[in-house]
Design a protein around this ligand. Structure first.
Ligand SMILES: [Zn+2]
Length: 313
């Protein structure tokens, strides 16, 4: 793939630069956003997203891949505005995010119909704009791959095969469901080198992680600064994988949300004190360097892998 879709148009793959592959600029409850817009202060929301993009821009980040898809309040005009204001290159996605069921509309229609909707987002544009999706996203968590979610995974696989854009998943390593996800993609004939099993970094089980890597997929060590594991544990696993020379299959990111309405600000401050979009580059990369990780390894994970993922290499 020579060029990829960003929210402001085509981007040469060589211009991706330092990339955070999994961050959210605006994530909110889609139904509440649509039905009760008075509950949101759009100016505050926009300001927070701009601040987040500028904060990592000052660290040298050139691109953010934002996997906020259907079910997470995706708003591509919003991303376009943030990108234009900050010069941050933003890649948006298509797909459906759920841990259980999908909208009735898709429940009662064929997989290929859903795949066509995703392909429309990639080739024509999202939400009646000409802003196109750069990658595909699907999710399964503790409840596993319910029949509804399996439908999404198959539709994502088919849209990938039709368009060539890569796939990112949300997985639940505790139940090892990254492997089930790969099994469906394999059945659908997906090149697993185009697949990133997201949130694999929530696991300390090297045996499980190796099973994913052995399939040729990328892993997302993409929740530095939050989630079920403290950073020190994440570092331990990462350092082991880097010792084994596996940096070409690893993504580092944070799953940071500049805006998220799932919780009140008070509970976010309590659950994740000091949560910051700058954490990975300010805190973690220096720690890794101290442990002997080379600049080349960091360059591979922060620059080269994203080009290769988009290219299916
Ligand atoms: Zn996320």
């Amino acid at each position: 793939m020579v060029s990829i879709n960003t929210v402001t148009g085509k981007l040469n793959i060589n211009d991706l630069g330092c990339t955070l592959v999994h961050e959210h600029l605006l994530l909110r409850s889609e139904v509440v956003t649509f039905q009760f817009p008075h509950l949101y202060d759009e100016d505050v929301i926009y300001k927070k997203a701009v601040e987040g993009a500028n904060a990592v821009k000052s660290q040298g980040v050139k691109t953010i891949c934002d996997p906020t898809v259907v079910g997470m309040g995706r708003d591509v005009r919003f991303l376009e505005r943030v990108s234009n204001e900050t010069d941050m290159q933003i890649v948006t996605a298509t797909g459906i995010y759920s841990f259980t069921d999908i909208p009735y509309y898709f429940q009662n229609r064929e997989i290929d119909h859903m795949a066509e909707a995703f392909i429309h987002d990639i080739e024509k544009g999202i939400q009646n704009t000409n802003i196109k999706a750069g990658f595909l996203k699907c999710s399964a968590d503790a409840p596993g791959l319910t029949p509804d979610l399996e439908k999404v995974f198959r539709a994502v696989a088919r849209a990938h095969k039709s368009t060539g854009v890569p796939i990112m998943t949300h997985s639940h390593p505790e139940t090892e469901n990254g492997l089930n996800q790969l099994a469906i993609f394999e059945e659908e004939g997906v090149n697993l080198k185009s697949v990133m099993i997201g949130h694999t970094g929530d696991s300390t089980d090297l045996n499980y992680i190796h099973k994913i890597l052995d399939k040729g997929a990328y892993i997302g060590m993409d929740r530095f600064g939050q989630g079920p594991l403290p950073a020190a544990k994440r570092n331990e696993v990462l350092l082991q994988l880097l010792k084994e020379g596996l940096e070409k299959r690893i993504f580092l990111s944070q799953d940071y949300c500049c805006n998220i309405d799932w919780y009140t600000q008070e509970s976010i401050d309590e659950i994740i004190p000091g949560w910051s979009i700058r954490f990975l580059i300010d805190e973690i990369l220096p720690q890794l360097r101290e442990e002997g990780v080379t600049d080349q390894q960091i360059h591979t994970m922060m620059y080269e892998n994203v080009q290769n993922w988009f290219s299916g290499i």
